[in-house]
Design a protein around this ligand. Sequence first.
Ligand SMILES: [Zn+2]
Length: 93
Amino acid sequence: MSVSEQATALMVKIVYQLRPPATTTMAPCFRCSSPSPGGQVCASCLDDDLGGLIRNRGAAMRWLTSVKQATKDEQTVLSYARKVEAESGLKSR
Ligand SMILES: [Zn+2]
């Protein structure tokens, strides 16, 4: 596997590890023992791997910060969507 392919595979794993705690069972990361979905290696440990792989930890960390922010924003958007659903459910039915 090329470095690009490995980096892509790692980023997919990291995004998967960032899913909201409510949708999964949290258990200690087996590398740093901070809470991680399914007790798999957590997003920040995987991001260390990514930084090492591409030989640029700064870029890997910046990407992780952006993804975390995007995940948060996505949840905010969905919470407003549910609010609209709840309100329209009350008014139209
Ligand atoms: Zn960890």
